[in-house]
Design a protein around this ligand. Structure first.
Ligand code: SAH
Length: 280
């Protein structure tokens, strides 16, 4: 069902996910009242500020169904990734009227798309070790802000998450979505921010980063991003033009770099704003 190329943020739907079997998987999580990101094993969320926005019972069921399907097909292996994808409601990030809980990318305007859930899951899985509480994450081409919010929930209030997106309207709508999501308190407290800028330059003010995610395909690995990756850190970036590979870039403690290809993918280009909006 999920054979390559994986639909990052561009290609047509690979498959709609059957949305069934509501199960109270994470109900215990929803009972926490404190904001604590104390251990790797347990994510706890500030429910007082976020949960009232958690949609209706119906969309909770569909969200759970999507996460269950991604687990079933092996796209989600870690409990922590399942938890964060469960608690950050994709329904708040897709444009109104778009189906939020199917495994497909969706247009978000400006020649951009929100990546398919299986691609979000893949990137979260690849970066999980580098999104521990207190760590720093950079999301380049943050688009809707969905993954940015997930990163922020994982690194927590002691960490720092930055989204960089070059379409100001998308920055504004991503901030609105985040404000309605479980990550709103992190935005308010300042451990999460989204900026309108050229992401090819990274965000040097808060470098170095433990985790860098790039949500658009670059012809090569931008030097600035490599420089802003912490020794021991990991970058996940689609590289290529028509044919693209999701590359995993590990920076060793001595500063040397190891790169491998995870999958064939199709993302929108990491480019200039003018080039992206040319025929829009
Ligand atoms: N992970 C995002 C992906 C959005 S699509 C999501 O799922 O919502 C890729 C995004 O990269 C688009 O929003 C596009 O506007 C942005 N982008 C492309 N080139 C960029 C650049 N040079 N700097 C910043 N953002 C860029």
């Amino acid at each position: 069902m999920l054979s390559p190329p994986h639909a990052g943020c561009y290609a047509v739907a690979l498959a709609a996910v059957a949305l069934s079997r509501p199960r109270p998987l994470y109900s215990s999580l929803f009972q926490h009242r404190s904001l604590a990101f104390s251990s790797r094993a347990s994510l706890r969320f500030n429910l007082s500020s976020g949960m009232e926005h958690f949609s209706t019972k119906g969309s909770m069921d569909k969200k759970e169904g999507l996460v269950e399907q991604l687990k079933h097909y092996g796209m989600i292996k870690s409990d922590k990734v399942a938890e964060v994808m469960q608690i950050v409601d994709r329904g708040l990030f897709v444009p109104e009227g778009s189906p939020a809980y199917v495994d497909s990318p969706m247009p978000i305007g400006y020649n951009a798309t929100i990546s398919a859930p299986h691609m979000h899951a893949t990137c979260l899985e690849l970066l999980e070790e580098h999104l521990q509480p207190g760590m720093r994450a950079l999301d380049v081409g943050s688009g809707t802000g969905y993954l940015t919010a997930c990163f922020a929930m994982m690194v927590g209030p002691q960490g720092r998450t930055v989204g960089v997106e070059h379409i100001p309207e998308l920055v504004a709508s991503s901030i609105n979505s985040i404000k309605r999501s479980a990550a709103s308190s992190l935005l308010n407290e300042g451990s999460l921010s989204v900026h309108a800028a050229d992401g090819r330059k990274g965000w040097p003010e808060l470098a170095p980063y433990d985790a860098i995610h790039v949500g658009a395909a670059s012809p090569d690995i931008p030097r600035a991003l490599l420089e802003q990756l912490k020794p021991g850190g990991r970058m996940v970036i689609p590289v290529g033009n028509f044919f693209q590979n999701l590359k995993v870039v590990d920076k060793n403690d001595d500063g040397s770099v190891h790169v491998y290809s995870e999958a064939s993918v199709r993302f929108v280009p990491l480019t200039s704003r003018a080039a992206q909006l040319q025929d829009y």
